[in-house]
Design a protein around this ligand. Structure first.
Ligand code: ADP
Ligand code: TRP
Length: 326
């Protein structure tokens, strides 16, 4: 990896099954940046501890993610793929950032704000989540951070924290990153119409057999308009999911045929399943093959940890000098 290219950095939590929202919103755009960026992608296991209290789930989902990134095309030799907790100084940087961040600022983060409005108790970890996320981003001098729209606020907060730090220590020590949102697939809706999310049980998994995929897609709720009647996908859940997963042309083509009548919702769903299968079906077998080989996955992580620690050390050295701990 050369140091000349700008750095693209993102993390995904090992907290459940990887779905098409993760793939289209985060993984695919991140993979496509490999030629123009130095990529640093990691598995955010420390962040996952804010919601998952089961070591087995964390560990399984962590390996799932390593296998996912590599199967989806991440060149882990040229770039960096690592596990967040393998670079423990990230928590040190989070502390330094926390010390220049006001309470009112942190309270504006989605999770904290939501908890306050609902009068819900949250853990310190959930409250401090954006600070750790800022440390993830700033520890590696990231230039861009490809995330889905739901994470945009956190990246903007990281930018603000970098600014506060530089202001507090009167020097340009930490680089300011940019969020990078994929406009076209900003939020992929789930099977129930809410954002597709591991935590809502509404996902279409990225890796599944054609049969499982078809079953999921056929479960999308549609109305009972008779087969022969003209219909429109516009404004329907199926339409929204179709729009997020298919090309504009595929959408327009199906919409035209539906409007003519004689085509049922079942047909439309079959087409959607085929479109998804065409996009990601070929990844399923290679994924299963690599996922079985945990020794290989450990080797990939060890290589990533070594490279990530080297970069992080450079940044933390400057920060330590600035704050006076070194
Ligand atoms: P989840 O909501 O399933 O727990 P995460 O919060 O772990 O997903 O998100 C991992 C990455 O995938 C983030 O960059 C996030 O923005 C992106 N992402 C998650 N769900 C979606 C979605 N439905 N549409 C687009 N991007 C998504
Ligand atoms: N918060 C992100 C999510 O839930 C995961 C994450 C942790 C992340 N640290 C990050 C994403 C740094 C981008 C950059 O999806």
């Amino acid at each position: 990896m050369t140091n000349k290219k700008p750095i693209s950095l993102t993390g995904i939590q090992p907290s459940g099954t990887i779905h098409l929202g993760n793939y289209l919103g985060a993984i695919k755009p991140a993979i496509l940046r490999q030629d123009t960026y130095s990529c640093i992608y990691f598995i955010a296991d420390l962040h996952a501890l804010t919601t998952v209290r089961d070591a087995k789930i964390i560990k399984t989902a962590m390996y799932d993610l390593v296998a996912t990134w590599v199967t989806c095309g991440l060149d882990y030799e040229k770039h960096i793929l690592f596990k967040q907790s393998d670079v423990p100084i990230v928590t040190e940087l989070a502390w330094y950032l926390g010390c220049v961040t006001g309470l009112g600022f942190i309270e504006k983060a989605h999770a904290a704000k939501d908890a306050k409005e609902k009068n819900k108790e949250i853990s310190f970890g959930t409250f401090a989540y954006p600070v750790l996320m800022a440390a993830d981003i700033l520890l590696y001098d990231a230039d861009i951070v490809p995330v889905g729209k739901d994470q945009k606020q956190h990246v903007e907060m990281a930018r603000d924290m970098a600014g506060s730090f530089n202001h507090a220590y009167k020097a340009d020590i930490i680089k300011l990153p940019e969020p990078k949102i994929e406009e076209q697939t900003m939020i992929v809706p789930g099977l129930d119409g809410r954002k597709m999310s591991k935590s809502y049980g509404n996902i279409i998994p990225l890796f599944s057999s054609e049969k499982e995929l078809r079953k999921k897609v056929l479960s999308i709720a549609t109305d009972s308009t008779p087969l022969e009647d003209p219909k429109t996908m516009e404004g329907t859940l199926l339409g929204k999911i179709f729009q997020a997963l298919a090309t504009k042309e595929e959408y327009a083509d199906l919409e035209k045929r539906l409007q003519k009548g004689g085509l049922g919702w079942g047909h439309a769903k079959e087409e959607l399943a085929q479109i998804i299968h065409k996009q990601v079906g070929h990844l399923y077998e290679p994924y299963l093959e690599l996922r079985k080989n945990e020794k290989k996955l450990d080797e990939i992580l060890a290589l990533g940890a070594k490279k990530a620690n080297t970069i992080a050390q450079n940044v933390i050295d400057k920060v330590r000098v600035a704050v006076g701990t070194r």
